[in-house]
Design a protein around this ligand. Structure first.
Ligand code: SF4
Length: 457
């Protein structure tokens, strides 16, 4: 049989990355081989993200490039998939007549069948009304060369929260959870393959199993996964602050494999704005969680997402976000400028801020965050951590080769080059310098077991 090749371009979050791995697995079962060169691929799929306008526009620009390749090589098939495909199916068909396939997230499992139909019939396919998610434990996975010791495990899809700015509940629909036994099976297989870091994925993971009649909640699930033996750590993203209780907080002290890192998206420091965002917690609830985390024996890194310039955000609301940042000093913050997503309630709000105000607030909050992170990162200097090596640093040069990896706190660490065979392995590194975004260190012989790596060595 003639070999066929595929290329997947992934946009957006880790959930999309996990979906792309599963799509790759499905294609490989059908005899496709992956290629890193889109020019060489018989089938190109763009797995898109609708959360931010920037990622959506980028996907269109890549699509233009791949359609140009198809003009020179008409047998090449091009698929536009994922959340933007789901949301914009009708427009895509009109706007890009050469596009072969438009496929929503709940139709991914039928991709081999669509490709077969495209090869045998003329015409194009638009498939966005499916029911099946890529969350079945039996879905084959394709873990490419970029999966350096890391495995992404989707535990649930969809979201029922309806934050007023977010398109996800409309593109990914209602929450659906995988069975705990299926999640456990996938994690076990990854650990047996030597994967060192497992990230549990979901739009709102801490809501796992909260629907009536489900056999297990999120804490039950991570306790179950913690019983798997092996040298690995696990983290999860994204949690919802309104779900975090003392039982979950206690896991950071109690579970052996849980990485000391909590990504806690705040979105705004103002109760008024949180209400308009339909986020069901208050600033006080949020600060209470942070205080309880900081009282643990384990030093847990706290990271966040925040939106500046949400419609109606007054100077006072913005100052409340700044105060929160000053108080917490996040280990890492992803600061986004509000951009409306058509189809969400917030896109209908009329009190939008000028771009100038949004840009100014964004720049000032970024500066404040960087100062706080630099101060907070100093606590790592002199300590030894287990660092999962991701590969050679992009800043490496022939006369100064460097490796880059991550600690359990999710800090990026740069260290001297020790060899390519360490990719995907743990190396003990003593930190000797800390900046806002990066730690710098030297490999050391001394033992640092996992517990030492999460707290103090
Ligand atoms: S919790 Fe809110 S922001 Fe997160 S996916 Fe659900 S609706 Fe979107």
């Amino acid at each position: 049989m003639m070999s066929r090749t595929y290329y997947i371009e992934t946009f957006g979050c880790q959930m999309n990355k996990a979906d792309s791995e599963a799509i790759g697995g499905l294609l490989e079962e059908e005899g496709f081989e992956s290629t890193e060169l889109p020019e060489a691929a018989d089938f190109i799929l763009l797995n898109t993200c609708a959360v931010r306008d920037h990622a959506e526009q980028k996907a269109y620009s890549y699509l233009g490039r791949y359609l140009q390749m198809k003009r020179n090589s008409p047998r090449k098939l091009i698929a536009f998939a994922g959340c933007v495909a789901q949301k914009e199916a009708a427009n895509l068909v009109q706007r890009f007549p050469e596009l072969d396939l438009v496929v929503g997230p709940r139709n991914f499992t039928a991709l081999p069948e669509y490709i077969h139909r495209l090869r045998t019939d003329s015409g194009r396919i638009v498939a966005t009304a499916g029911e099946e998610d890529l969350v079945d434990a039996t879905t084959p996975r394709s873990r490419g060369a970029d999966s350096t010791g890391q495995g992404w495990v989707t535990i649930m899809v969809g979201c029922d929260r309806f934050c007023s700015y977010c398109i996800v509940p409309y593109t990914r629909e209602r929450e659906k959870c995988r069975k705990p036994a299926d999640v456990e099976q996938e994690v076990r297989e990854l650990v047996e393959k030597g994967i060192k870091e497992i990230t549990l994925l979901g739009q709102s993971v801490t809501g796992y199993g909260r629907k009536a009649g489900f056999e297990s909640d999120f804490v039950d699930l991570i306790e179950r996964l913690d019983c798997i033996s092996g040298n690995f750590r696990m983290r999860f993203t994204s949690p919802y602050p309104g779900d975090i209780d003392q039982r979950l907080i206690g896991c950071f002290d109690e579970l052996e494999h849980l990485a000391p890192h909590l990504h806690l998206p705040v979105q705004s420091g103002s109760n008024e704005i949180l209400k308009r965002m339909n986020r069901r917690y208050t600033r006080e609830d949020y600060l209470d969680i942070v205080e309880k985390i900081r009282q643990l024996d384990t030093d847990v890194a706290i990271t966040t997402d925040v939106i500046v310039g949400f419609p109606g955000e007054s100077e006072e609301d913005y100052q409340q976000t700044r105060e929160l940042f000053e108080k917490i000093k996040y280990d890492k913050a992803y600061i986004f400028k509000y951009s409306p997503r058509e189809g969400t309630p917030a896109a209908e709000y009329e009190d939008n801020l000028s771009q100038e105000v949004i840009d100014r607030r964004h720049a000032a909050l970024l500066e404040l965050y960087e100062q706080g992170a630099e101060q907070r990162n100093q606590r790592h200097v002199g300590k030894t951590y287990e660092v999962l090596i991701e590969g050679e640093s992009p800043k490496s040069s022939p006369d100064n080769r460097q490796l880059v990896g991550r600690t359990g706190h999710n800090n990026v660490v740069v260290l001297p080059y020790l060899g390519a065979d360490l990719e995907g392995e743990f190396v003990n590194v003593r930190i000797n310098k800390a900046a806002s975004y990066t730690l710098f260190g030297e490999p050391v012989e001394e033992e640092t077991n996992f517990i030492a790596a999460r707290a103090v060595s």
